[in-house]
Design a protein around this ligand. Structure first.
Ligand SMILES: [Fe+2]
Ligand SMILES: [Fe+2]
Length: 214
């Protein structure tokens, strides 16, 4: 029987994450009233991708969904240490909800494992692989183009298209991220997303320089 005093885990996890994104906005911009909440967009994209990957790979959907909602909950507060801090958060927070207690450790492990834009050693646990792949897929492709552009324009700094293109091009780690994907569907999608990303910026540059005029 469900304990009525416990929070519904999905709504509660979303609330925690949303509050963390607002705190990040206030920390970065002095206000949470900005035009684009990059972190929230990122996390909701990761949740959707993690659930699709769970379906395709047989990973446990509840585990990867909870891990996806919480994986960056400590991103702004703990920086580089946020996977470990997020895992500790999950261990403390999920028992206050109706989330299945026997899956909490798997959630914490997946959150702790999501570090790094590429990996020399692949992860071995399916749920950790799915979260890692979903998180990195959201940083490649057209999603990244719009997320990064939206994030940059949400601040008070003046941007030029040239600067945005330069920043996107500086992400020379993307091929290594594609090569580090664990699950076959993510590996295929990552390769296609990288091509779309590169083609978009190449086409934009041709337009801006007039190289498309013949
Ligand atoms: Fe992260
Ligand atoms: Fe993330």
């Amino acid at each position: 029987m469900t304990d009525p005093t416990r929070l519904l885990w999905r709504e509660a996890a979303q609330e925690q994450m949303h509050a963390a994104t607002l705190a990040e906005l206030r920390g970065r911009h002095g206000t949470d009233q900005v035009s684009f909440n990059y972190r929230w967009e990122h996390v909701t994209a990761v949740v959707a991708l993690a659930l699709r990957l769970a379906e395709l790979t047989g990973a446990d959907a509840e585990t990867v969904e909870a891990a996806a909602w919480l994986h960056d909950v400590c991103k702004f507060s703990h920086g580089e240490q946020h996977p470990q801090a997020g895992a500790a958060f999950a261990r403390d927070f999920l028992p206050t909800t109706d989330f299945p207690p026997d899956k909490i450790e798997a959630v914490a492990a997946a959150v702790a494992d999501h570090m790094g834009l590429w990996r020399d050693e692949p992860l071995t646990v399916l749920e950790s692989q799915v979260l890692w792949d979903a998180d990195k897929l959201a940083k490649i492709g057209l999603t990244a183009v719009f997320h990064w552009t939206g994030g940059a324009l949400a601040g008070h700094k003046m941007h030029t298209l040239e600067r945005l293109i330069h920043r996107a091009r500086a992400n020379d780690w993307l091929p290594r991220t594609v090569a580090s994907m664990h699950t076959p569907p993510a590996r295929r999608a990552a390769a296609a997303r990288l091509v779309a990303f590169q083609q978009l910026y190449a086409a934009l540059e041709r337009e801006l320089t007039g190289d498309d005029l013949i």
